[in-house]
Design a protein around this ligand. Structure first.
Ligand code: ZN
Length: 149
């Protein structure tokens, strides 16, 4: 990202947030040479592949929907958007490679697996969004089986 003032190429990101339409990332950047600050809007890249749901219905992969549930899991917790974006980008290229479709279960499992290393609370919340636990007992069983081994 080139500095609009001195054209220097080395700029650092000070702050990143997702825009209200969930389609771009607004970044505050600072030039490492002249220290000028500027804002960029970067559109997220969308990859296309089909997702098979539990009932074998297929739908187009929807990054916004996935992001929404991840952000929901981080509600009121510190979240490094760049880290989460990177995580989704990495996984998307895995999901989109060599297959025409992927199961929603696989997506959920992959995200869950990564969240476990990032934030325990977000991880548990994400698990419960997907599982839609019917009662506390089932939820506790899940937690126990996840953390016992
Ligand atoms: Zn500059």
């Amino acid at each position: 990202m080139r500095c609009p003032k001195c054209k220097n190429l080395d700029t650092k990101v000070i702050d990143s947030r997702i825009t209200e339409d969930w389609k771009s990332i607004r970044r505050r950047r600072e030039c490492e040479k002249c220290e000028a600050r500027f804002t960029t809007f970067e559109r997220m890249e969308f990859v296309n592949f089909l997702v098979t749901k539990n009932n074998w219905e297929k739908e187009m992969y929807d990054r916004t929907k996935l992001q929404r549930s991840i952000l929901k899991s981080f509600n009121k917790r510190n979240m490094d958007i760049d880290k989460i974006e990177q995580m989704i980008n990495d996984l998307e290229s895995e999901w989109a490679s060599n297959k025409k479709w992927i199961t929603s279960k696989r997506i959920w499992k992959d995200i869950l697996h990564k969240l476990k290393d990032i934030d325990d609370v977000a991880y548990i919340r994400f698990a419960s969004i997907y599982h839609n636990f019917e009662n506390v007992e089932n939820f506790m069983k899940f937690i126990k089986s996840e953390f016992d081994n």
